[in-house]
Design a protein around this ligand. Structure first.
Ligand code: ZN
Length: 256
């Protein structure tokens, strides 16, 4: 409970001294345009500006996004794109280390954690990614420009089409124990191989490449997330949408 108030206090502190300026907003808009044209010099210059400590986080708060741990402090967050432990081996989120979603998806995630705690009080949702600004989607897309577009979509969705992450209505996550150890899902986060596809679990179970325990762990994640109203993808065991892309587009603006 004490942790809960610390988070609330911190969020209130950030809200009450919202220093996000019009210049920063203009920098984000320019950055987005430059990412689309992939001009690396100006991208690097502007990226340094928008990734100054707390700038990205203040921006998410000013757009009305919610820190999921401020709603449910049992949720654990380890943003993989704030480390080099991701498929690009590149840090793309600056100092951001909290997961932000729109209000409704954040409340749904909190309910999923409650369902999980009811099943086993020693298990926690471990969030790898939540809202993802469109400029980050472009950065990911451009970092992989050695891969043909037809294959690149296996790693990251095409920024032209927008991802539900861009609207703050999708989350990538797993389940971990009280010590923070992720459950074995039989394939890592962002593994593009078919072994990560929920649609192929029965096949890989029958060939022995997935164990029953690995499949059960995935089923538990899907069970609590679906009970809270999320929908899973057939090709990524870790990805859940709070709503369709069409619904997200009607309800929210993409975070530029
Ligand atoms: Zn995802």
């Amino acid at each position: 409970m004490q942790k809960y108030f610390i988070y609330l206090g911190f969020t209130y502190g950030l809200l009450s001294c919202n220093l996000f300026s019009k210049n920063d907003e203009a920098a984000f808009t320019t950055l987005l345009v430059d990412y689309q044209s992939n001009e690396s010099d100006s991208v690097n210059r502007l990226e340094n500006q928008v990734l100054a400590p707390d700038t990205l986080e203040l921006r998410l708060i000013s757009l009305g996004l919610i820190d999921v741990q401020s709603i449910n402090p049992h949720i654990i967050v380890d943003l993989k794109y704030s480390t080099e432990d991701n498929f690009m081996k590149t840090h793309v989120y600056g100092s951001l280390n909290r997961a932000y979603l729109q209000q409704k998806p954040a409340e749904m995630l909190s309910r999923a954690q409650e369902f999980l705690s009811d099943r086993d009080s020693n298990l926690y949702l471990l969030v790898y990614d939540a809202v993802r600004p469109v400029w980050v989607q472009w950065k990911m897309w451009n970092l992989l420009d050695s891969i043909p577009v037809s294959k690149r979509v296996n790693f990251v969705s095409n920024p032209k089409n927008k991802s539900v992450h861009n609207y703050g209505a999708a989350v990538d996550l797993t389940i971990c124990d009280a010590a923070g150890n992720p459950l074995d899902m039989g394939a890592g986060f962002d593994d593009p191989r078919p072994i990560a596809y929920p649609s192929k679990e029965a096949h890989f179970l029958s060939t022995g490449l997935l164990t029953q325990e690995q499949v059960n762990n995935r089923k538990l994640l899907r069970e609590v997330m679906k009970k809270a109203g999320f929908r899973n993808l057939d090709t990524e065991w870790w990805h859940f949408n709070a709503m369709s892309r069409y619904e997200a587009k009607k309800m929210y603006q993409p975070v530029p």
